[in-house]
Structure formats: C-alpha cells, structure tokens
Design a protein around this ligand. Structure first.
Ligand SMILES: NC(=O)c1ccc[n+]([C@@H]2O[C@H](COP(=O)([O-])OP(=O)(O)OC[C@H]3O[C@@H](n4cnc5c(N)ncnc54)[C@H](O)[C@@H]3O)[C@@H](O)[C@H]2O)c1
Length: 334
C-alpha cells in the first residue's frame, strides 16, 4: 500500500484542529507535524500525537511532511508560504491569501514553480460542485444573478480557545479588515467557480454598526461578470447565529438554484432547483457526507501527485486585486 501523504500544519488553531485535520484524515492523508509559535498550540499538537515545531523552517528542515497547510492569522501567511516555496514543498494556504494585496503579490512572486492553492474550501463543497454541474448543463438556463447571504456573530472578545488567543479578526493589521475580508472572498470565489467566469466589476458598502471594534462588522457587495451576470452578497459579523444566515442562490432565465446552509465548514445542507415555468421545487442530489475540507484535502493531494486541478495563484491574486480596489474605496467612507 502506498504511504499516506504527510501533511504539516502551520498554525494549529481553530480551523486547523476542528476542520482541516479531520478533513485530511477523511481524505486518506495524515497530519504528521505542526509548526506554531504558541506553546499552548504545540502542547495540543503533541497531545494529539503530532511532532510539534516552533517554526515552519524547523518543520521543513526535519523533513516531517510532504505538504503544508497554512492556517495562521491573515498577516502571517506570507512567511510560511515563502518557506515552503524555498523548500519546494506544495502549500495550501488559508483565505484570504494575505491581509493586504501587497503581501499577496509578494507571495505570488516568491512561489516559483511550487504548487500553491488558496484554501477556498467552499469551492470544493459537494453541493457547490453539483450546482456548478447543473449550471453548466443548462438546468437553470442562462445565468442572470448570484445572490449570497453569509453571516455570523463575532463578538469583540470572541476566541475559539477560551481566551488563550485574542480576537485577531477585529485587528485591522492582522486581519486586513473585518467581516468583509474574512467572509466575502468565499462567495466571490464561489461565484467564479459556479459561473465559470470571473467578476470584472465590484463595489462594496461597509458598516461598523453593532460591535465596538475598529473594523467593519458588515458589508454589502455588488458586482458583475464580463458576460453580464450580476453578483450580490451580504456578509456580516453582526447577525445572530440562530437566524438563517447561510444562503446561496443562482438565478437563471429558466430556473433558480438555492443552497441553504452549505456555505461554511461542514458537510451537508440542502440544495433545490425551482423550475422557472411552474415554480415547482425539486431537490438536487449531492454527497452530504463529505465536508468541503475533506474534498479540498483530496483535491490538493491529487494536485501534488500531478493530477489535473484548478488551484491557481494567478486566478486568486486577480480576485484579491479586484477585491482590494473595492475594499480600499469602501473604507474611505467607514
Ligand atoms: N476556510 C474557512 O472556513 C476558515 C475558517 C476559519 C479560519 N480560516 C482562516 O484560517 C486562518 C486561521 O484562522 P483560525 O480561526 O484558525 O485562527 P486561530 O487564531 O484559531 O489560530 C491561529 C494559529 O496560528 C498560530 N500562529 C500565529 N502566528 C504563526 C506563525 N507565524 N507560524 C505558525 N503559527 C502561527 C497561532 O498560535 C494559532 O495557534 C485565517 O487565515 C482564517 O481566515 C478559514
């Protein structure tokens, strides 16, 4: 039997522990090592039987992994990605690429030939793959608009580790912004995945409405693709968690696809198609057992084996540049 692909994780925090590590295991890989400057995070890794290092460079020097997944705060993505590129080790890096577009551009320049993917896990969600197939098959006719609600509640003092780390998401330097940089890029990337064409125009309205922190707690985005499909997205840190807050719709001239509770980290949710003539609603089948993180891990391991893939720094950087122009303009009025 072929040896299982060994993943090293840079930044063993919330998303790495709760979502990516189980996703790697479900995809048939194994997490072998962790690099994290936090003694508490390293202690958690060691308790899980993993080799723990205080830097990515030390983890790479020990030849402790075949691939690296980077899940550090946004302004700490660039250094581990550059270290992987220097070592020629494929690297999957959490979204956004970085806290600023300048950091993202420097990362792209440092990559060389090393395989890089941005961890837009939602493009790998089986429901979203089924939506893309349905759209490509013409099931809703000619696409007209993508409409998204993706929201949550992020308290100023929120931390998944019981107060051990502060809330870097509310820090403009470490996060690069607030709700919008954290949440909106998922939908922007998904739109391109579903339609097969990128957005060419984007504008953003921001608010700091509920929370007392120096970053946006909500945003409304609107855009369009070159062929004229419209894009709309409301993202928020100020929406109570018990309310409906994860919805993705694609309207075509012959129908509507509606995905509920598929945007996020977990498997499942629902997907229906409504007929544009009768209004009748039909369920669309998809694999409800596979999480977007498991599907993403499988796709990245296949890419590292040289199989066809759609990870692309060129595409992701172009999206980041479009996003940054709109976000920079919007923050002038915040
Ligand atoms: N795709 C998703 O659905 C999703 C969900 C949550 C978070 N994220 C992204 O994942 C990243 C991490 O978010 P989180 O919520 O897990 O954060 P977190 O604060 O829970 O964990 C971050 C970890 O990184 C460590 N760290 C900090 N600097 C480091 C460095 N230079 N090298 C190595 N480790 C370092 C910290 O000690 C901590 O253990 C962010 O970029 C975030 O946007 C993505």
């Amino acid at each position: 039997m072929a040896a299982r692909t060994r993943w090293g994780i840079a930044g063993y925090g919330w998303v790495a522990r709760d979502y990516m590590a189980p996703g790697i295991a479900a995809a048939g890989g194994v997490v072998s090592a962790v690099a994290d400057p936090s003694p508490a995070s390293r202690a958690r890794a060691e308790a899980a039987g993993l080799a723990a290092f205080d830097s990515v460079e030390a983890m790479l020097a020990a030849d402790a992994c075949d691939l690296v997944y980077v899940a550090t705060p946004n302004d700490a993505h660039a250094a581990p990605v550059a270290a992987c590129a220097a070592a020629g080790v494929p690297v999957l890096c959490e979204k956004p690429i970085a806290a600023t577009v300048e950091q993202a551009e420097a990362m792209a320049a440092a990559l060389g030939d090393t395989l890089y993917g941005t961890a837009f896990d939602q493009r790998h969600h089986p429901a979203h793959a089924a939506m893309a197939d349905a759209i490509a098959a013409g099931d809703i006719g000619r696409p007209v608009a993508v409409r998204i609600v993706y929201a949550c509640w992020v308290d100023p003092a929120w931390t998944p580790d019981g107060g051990e780390h502060d809330n870097w998401r509310a820090d403009p330097v470490r996060a690069g912004g607030g709700a919008v940089i954290d949440l909106a890029l998922h939908g922007l990337d998904l739109s391109e995945r579903l339609l097969g064409e990128p957005l060419t125009d984007l504008s953003i309205q921001l608010q700091r409405r509920i929370h007392d922190y120096p970053v946006d707690d909500g945003g409304m985005l609107s855009g369009r693709t070159a062929s004229g499909v419209l894009f709309q997205s409301h993202v928020a840190y100020n929406c109570a968690e018990v309310l409906p807050r994860r919805r993705l719709e694609v309207l075509g001239d012959r129908g509507l696809l509606v995905a509920t509770d598929t945007m996020g980290q977990t498997a499942g949710g629902t997907l229906v198609r409504r007929c544009g003539q009768s209004g009748a609603e039909m369920p669309v089948a998809f694999d409800t057992a596979t999480s977007p993180f498991a599907a993403q891990a499988a796709a990245f391991m296949a890419a590292a084996r040289g199989e066809p893939h759609d990870f692309s720094m060129t595409r992701d950087l172009a999206l980041m540049q479009l996003f940054d122009r709109a976000y920079t303009e919007a923050r002038r009025w915040l």
